[in-house]
Design a protein around this ligand. Structure first.
Ligand code: ADP
Ligand code: MG
Length: 346
């Protein structure tokens, strides 16, 4: 796909020329970035705040497929995935590092696209690119992003602090990103058979956007502050609702009841599930990559959030010995399992 005449071999620039070229437009936006790219290490100063660090590794063929993911989107998403982890601690991301391993299949123009996406994400979310590493790989592309963030003492929210009786809240709606992937996979299969087919993807635009250009929930921390709600535990939904709920339950030593009819679904998720003959609840529970936040709050905080269209109560925490259950629309109780995406399988 990069075999065009605009493919400048990376060897023409050399390692340092390449790093300079790719990072030239990144200007520090944070006063905590004391020394950015260009030395042996970056220097940060968070003064009285606590520092948070989170890393993700993305491997071509395992986490992304370049036959339908544009490199600019990939760069943007690689950053989003990491920022989401910092927001999921009720903290504010401030810097990132980006490390890449690239094969000679990629020319300069391809990496420019990747860094355009990274740049856009940095500008929009006000985080600084402060370093990374660049090396070669035998075949595919590997990207590792580390996000660094800050939180005032005592403000970071963990997974292991949910209490019995707390309400379980989810932001936005879920399941759309998984369906976006199903559509891309379907179009790829169609394209293989008939390269001249012109897919009409308009009716799937929300689903595709959720898969290809996810946005991390940078608005929730401020919203909760304005509502004067301090969640008791928090996690982001990267692997599917089911698996994230199980993390909170396991780490907090609690059980939970989730109500099927409360799970927030976009109308296009319901329509597309019908078309693909998929169960929308299964998609919401087991699909991944929504990057919404899941958190628990004290029951007494319910009046503060109940009118907010961004927040939906989907259940409540219970004693550990009651287990982790979904109450279906028919009122049946079924055990929840982590069917989220297990990258170790397949
Ligand atoms: P070192 O030899 O000390 O590891 P490098 O030559 O790898 O240093 O990197 C030089 C500078 O460029 C460092 O500040 C490093 O953090 C930064 N850097 C290297 N690769 C990348 C990259 N892919 N994206 C952003 N910054 C990078
Ligand atoms: Mg290095």
């Amino acid at each position: 796909m990069f075999e065009n005449k605009d493919k400048t071999p990376l060897s023409e620039l050399g390692e340092f020329g390449l790093i300079d070229h790719l990072t030239q437009h990144f200007k520090p936006q944070r006063s905590s970035s004391i020394k950015s790219i260009g030395d042996d290490a970056a220097i940060l100063d968070f003064k009285e705040n606590q520092t948070l660090v989170s890393t993700d590794l993305l491997i071509e063929g395992v986490h992304f497929d370049l036959s339908y993911v544009p490199l600019k989107h990939l760069g943007y998403k690689a950053v989003m995935v990491n920022l989401s982890d910092i927001y999921a601690m009720n903290a504010e991301p401030t810097q990132i590092t980006v490390s890449i391993a690239v094969s000679n299949r990629f020319g300069l123009e391809a990496l420019e696209e990747l860094y355009k996406g990274i740049h856009l994400a940095c500008k929009k979310y006000k985080v600084d690119l402060i370093g990374g590493d660049t090396t070669s790989s035998q075949t595919g592309l590997i990207i590792s992003v580390t996000a660094i963030g800050k939180a005032a003492h005592g403000k970071a929210i963990k997974r292991d602090t949910a209490n019995e009786g707390d309400l379980v809240v989810v932001t936005g709606d879920i399941g759309a990103a998984y369906l976006g992937l199903q559509i891309l996979e379907r179009e790829k299969a169609v394209f293989k058979v008939n390269p001249n087919s012109q897919p009409d993807l308009d009716s799937y635009s929300y689903l595709l956007e959720r898969q290809l250009k996810p946005e991390a929930r940078n608005d929730i921390k401020m919203l909760l502050e304005a509502l004067e709600v301090h969640p008791t535990s928090m996690i982001d939904i990267s692997d599917g609702l089911s698996s994230e709920i199980l993390h909170i339950c396991k780490q907090s030593c609690k059980g939970v009841y989730i109500y099927e009819d409360k799970i927030p679904l976009d109308p296009s998720v319901i329509a597309t599930c019908e078309e693909f003959k998929l169960d929308s609840t299964t998609v919401a529970l087991s699909g991944g990559e929504d990057y919404e936040l899941l958190f628990t709050i004290k029951q007494e905080d319910y009046p503060k959030i109940k009118a907010n269209p961004n927040l939906t109560v989907i259940g409540h925490m219970a004693p550990e010995n009651e287990g982790v259950h979904l109450i279906t629309r028919a009122g049946t109780k079924i055990g929840l399992k982590a069917q989220g995406w297990n990258h170790m399988e397949s």
